[in-house]
Design a protein around this ligand. Structure first.
Ligand code: PLP
Length: 386
């Protein structure tokens, strides 16, 4: 038999669910692992999908998505950030943000092109970069509040083509200010870098308005903005993302979309249209719930001497394990799952720079979070006593 493709063989499955699997049969298990909002999709959005089915809106759509949705996405983004994208040439509806990232990489990267990824990082970026033949370069942000600094970006080599920036970021909840983005943008222009700006958690930023690097001088033509409804509207299973990109890049991405998926689900597109036209307030109660859970988690963790940078957005906390425990992230998560029936994600899921950390999802009822934090506190106490 001939060998299978090296492109996929070099990839490994992200181990997000590894510790959840360990507690699957425990009736008192608390699972704080994958990035799944605990709210249902808002009812008016689900109703729009049902109407689409009843009215027979069940055929192929244009590769870039239906025009009303592209218009709504463009208007939504303009209202949110003041930046307008042409619905005909610069907006693409994709099968989740994951698909947008994939076709962006295929459009941009040539074999061997380097991509700077601030780490700890969401594992989807590495996979997409590698599938497109690119080479991920992880830059350690642990000593700078999980934010990429201009000094760190100076590590870009002549082979660097792209920077991936997420704000708010997964797994750290880090958010970039206008000033921080503007300093990075100057370097991107100087070094002729493209930027993929992953803004999927923008509506879940706790304070202030989200800033986008796409708005900085000289950046519009070199930035691809990636958005989606999975997190902000609790629509992970509907698989709808949106990409805003300069027309020549959007055209290449549309080819990628044509040959990989043809188009996103027509039914999900009608749901997304409803979300982006009539659902502007939908994310507010979710954001407030995550904000309260953030407070619970940060207080409880600091109370037991576990250092944690307060996340400024998204729905995760990413605490550092106390050195005195002498446990790797994987060992901590495994022992916590087996002994206390609480499942977290090991920091190592987010590159090697996540070693020494764990990710706790805040997307759960506060009572469950409180119970989990209590169990974590008792577990840490037992380990400290040896
Ligand atoms: N980007 C980030 C930072 C994420 O955390 C995720 C999912 O966890 C995605 C993109 C992909 O989201 P989706 O494909 O559901 O839109």
């Amino acid at each position: 038999m001939q060998e299978l493709s090296g492109r996929t063989r070099q990839l490994v499955f992200a181990s997000m669910r590894r510790f959840a699997d360990l507690v699957a049969d425990e009736p008192d298990a608390i699972i704080l692992t994958i990035g799944q909002p605990h709210f249902p999709t808002p009812a008016h959005i689900a109703e729009a999908a049902k109407r689409a089915i009843d009215e027979g809106f069940t055929s192929y759509t244009p590769n870039r998505g239906i025009r009303p949705l592209r218009e709504a996405a463009s208007a939504y983004y303009e209202r949110f950030t003041g930046h307008r994208y042409d619905p005909d040439r610069e907006v693409l509806v994709t099968v989740g943000t994951t698909h947008a990232i994939d076709i962006a990489m295929r459009a941009l990267l040539a074999p061997g092109d380097e991509v700077i990824i601030p780490a700890p990082a969401y594992p989807g970026y590495e996979g997409a970069v590698r599938l497109a033949g690119g080479h991920p370069v992880f830059v350690d942000t642990r000593s700078t509040g999980f934010l990429l600094t201009p000094d760190a970006l100076r590590q870009a080599t002549p082979r660097t083509k792209l920077l991936i920036l997420a704000s708010p970021a997964n797994p750290t909840g880090a958010v970039y200010s206008e000033d921080e983005l503007s300093a990075l943008a100057r370097l991107c222009v100087e070094r002729d870098l493209y930027v993929l700006s992953d803004e999927i958690y923008a509506e879940l930023q706790f304070d202030g308005s989200p800033a986008s690097i796409s708005r900085m001088p000289g950046m519009r033509d070199r930035t691809l903005v990636i958005h989606g409804l999975s997190k902000s509207r609790s629509m992970t299973g509907w698989r709808i993302g949106v990409a805003f990109a300069p027309a020549p890049i959007a055209a290449e991405m549309a080819k990628g979309a044509q040959f990989s998926v043809s188009c996103p689900s027509s039914i999900s597109q009608m749901a997304a249209l409803e979300a982006l036209t009539c659902g502007h307030e939908d994310s507010r109660p979710m954001r407030e719930a995550y904000r309260m859970n953030r407070h619970l988690a940060v207080q409880a963790l600091r109370g037991i001497g576990v250092p944690v940078v307060e996340p400024a957005g998204a729905f995760y906390v990413f605490p550092e394990l106390p050195k005195a425990l002498s446990l790797t992230s994987d060992a901590f998560c495994e022992a916590l799952a087996r002994e206390s029936h609480v499942a977290l994600v090991s920091g190592t899921c987010f590159t090697r720079y996540g070693e020494g950390y764990v990710r706790i999802s805040l997307a759960c009822p506060p009572e469950a979070l409180q119970e989990a934090l209590g169990r974590i506190a008792r577990f840490v106490e037992r380990r400290r006593q040896g």
